[in-house]
Design a protein around this ligand. Structure first.
Ligand SMILES: [Zn+2]
Length: 371
């Protein structure tokens, strides 16, 4: 059977800072192949990805995770790729986010397989492109899975979702995120003769007041209220006696599933049009909001986690985005993993005992789905 701690260590020792693989996929393949998994390496651009499946029957439970990590940065007191265990704590970049999660699922699968043949099937979607642009990773692997009939009935993402204690939180959705840039144009002129100019700053201020005077919504049963934050207002005017010709503002919107990129773009456009005759609006959405509505699958997941950890998880939709936003377009998805307080920090770490507990929790999930 696979030892989840040793496998975490082997993965941490691969310096797989996006887009580098540094042997991480080979480590996983070497663990999965002897268990009977069929491993398919999928290379897109500079990125190594891996799809591994065992069994062909239903239910098909998928697991998604990533082996890439953010750069170590400075301030480490241990080798960031040494995977040293000190006083029962494993240190290294990716120890929490999320090499231990991947290792725990592989170990849980090995335990299930040791208990007898599968009724259904298990698969792993492992990408090397989650931390950076996420262009050549999960999105493209999902496209391949769709083409080859490999989309699971339910997918568990192993990101660190627990807040204080393992099992306290499961994410069943995420807010969307959208950045917008508004450029209002006017007519440049002398500050003493405003009647001969058209001040774009005044117009932009009214647009922004309009957008921020009331909340976007009041929240829903599963989501907090959406938020709109103006992040920058730029005019770049060095003179004191010149009305500038244009003014720019940037804003970020974190939105729930009552909005979409299209509806928010229209909302922004309407506010601009109310106060400015000439404006330019550019929008980029890094992910739509999604929700896996609590039902039998989420109940199975929650009950399994409660059984393994003695904690009933809170169903949450907060925080930033993850690759679950892409998976949600193909199948129901939820995220559950260990406590992630040290993610992306110096001396990233995970208690060894928590890797073992997470393995047990993933084992309970595999059992609960009847695989
Ligand atoms: Zn992660």
């Amino acid at each position: 059977m696979v030892d989840p701690v040793a496998l975490t260590q082997a993965l941490v020792r691969c310096a797989s800072v996006t887009p580098e693989n540094a042997g991480a996929m080979e480590v996983l393949e070497a663990a999965l192949t002897p268990l009977g998994f069929t491993c398919t390496r999928l290379r897109f651009g500079a990125i190594e990805n891996l799809f591994a499946r065992i069994g062909t029957g239903a239910p098909h439970l998928g697991f998604a995770g990533h082996t890439d990590v953010v750069p170590p940065g400075t301030g480490w007191t241990v080798d960031p790729f040494g995977a040293e265990i000190r006083d029962g704590v494993l240190y290294g970049r990716g120890a929490a986010d999320m090499k231990s999660g991947v290792a725990a699922f592989v170990a849980a699968a090995s335990q299930r397989l040791a208990a007898g043949p599968l009724t259904g099937s298990l698969s792993l979607l492992i990408t090397g492109d989650e931390e950076a642009d996420a262009v050549d990773g999960t999105v493209k692997v999902l496209g391949w899975m769709e083409q080859h009939g490999q989309v699971p009935d339910f997918c568990l993402v192993g990101e660190p979702t627990s807040v204080a204690l393992l099992g306290d939180t499961v994410k069943i959705g995420r807010r969307g995120s959208l950045n917008a840039r508004i450029t209002v144009s006017g007519t440049q002129g002398h500050a003493a003769y405003p009647q001969r100019a058209d001040n774009p700053v005044h117009r932009l201020v009214r647009v922004l007041a309009d957008l921020t005077v009331a909340p976007l919504d009041a929240g829903t049963e599963w989501f907090e209220a959406s938020t709109l934050q103006v992040t920058s207002v730029d005019v770049g005017n060095a003179a004191t006696n010149v009305i500038p010709g244009s003014a720019v503002a940037k804003l970020n919107i974190r939105f729930n599933d009552t909005h979409s990129e299209a509806s928010l773009t229209e909302h922004l456009r309407a506010a601009c049009a109310r106060h400015a005759e000439k404006f330019d609006l550019t929008v980029s959405c890094s992910g739509e909001a999604f929700l896996t509505k609590p039902g039998p699958a989420v109940e199975k997941l929650s009950a399994a986690i409660a059984r393994a950890t003695n904690r009933t998880p809170k169903l949450d939709t907060g925080g930033g985005t993850s690759d679950a936003r892409f998976i949600a377009r193909h199948c129901p998805v939820a995220e559950f993993g260990l406590v992630g307080t040290s993610m992306h920090k110096a001396d990233e770490h995970v208690p060894v005992a928590q890797i073992t507990q997470l393995t047990a929790a993933y084992g309970a999930v595999i059992e609960a789905f009847g695989v």
